[in-house]
Design a protein around this ligand. Sequence first.
Ligand SMILES: [Zn+2]
Length: 142
Amino acid sequence: MEVCALEEQKLNEYGLTLDIIKTEQGKDDFCIKIRKALDGTELKAPVDLPFYSLEDDVLYFNYDHSKVNPFSSRVLTSRIWVPLSLRNKVMSYYHDDLLTGGHLGFIKTLEKIKCKFYWLTIIPDLKSFISSCMTCALITSK
Ligand SMILES: [Zn+2]
């Protein structure tokens, strides 16, 4: 199965609709700062602003492949910026869920999340999320 193939309906059942994400981004301190920096109401940006964009009022993080691989051309992949309040839900969707998760390891779960979503502390957050997963602990102890 294609890693990036995602069922929108299932995301909706999980409460990860664009509307909910937009609402939660609106309450998130970091997102509020980025929005203000993007629309010019705040001059100081907390991060590298060119990586961020707003589309239909949803905040996206644009991953620049040429920054990681100098031989690659400048390809930008847009990913939805996940506000703090929804991070556990996103990790749970891609790790715990029987259909979309399946308790895969760190790298595979990270790949799946990064097809669509991103946030700055995704790596440490996901590592600690998986290391505290009771189901994974049971599987590995057998
Ligand atoms: Zn697990």
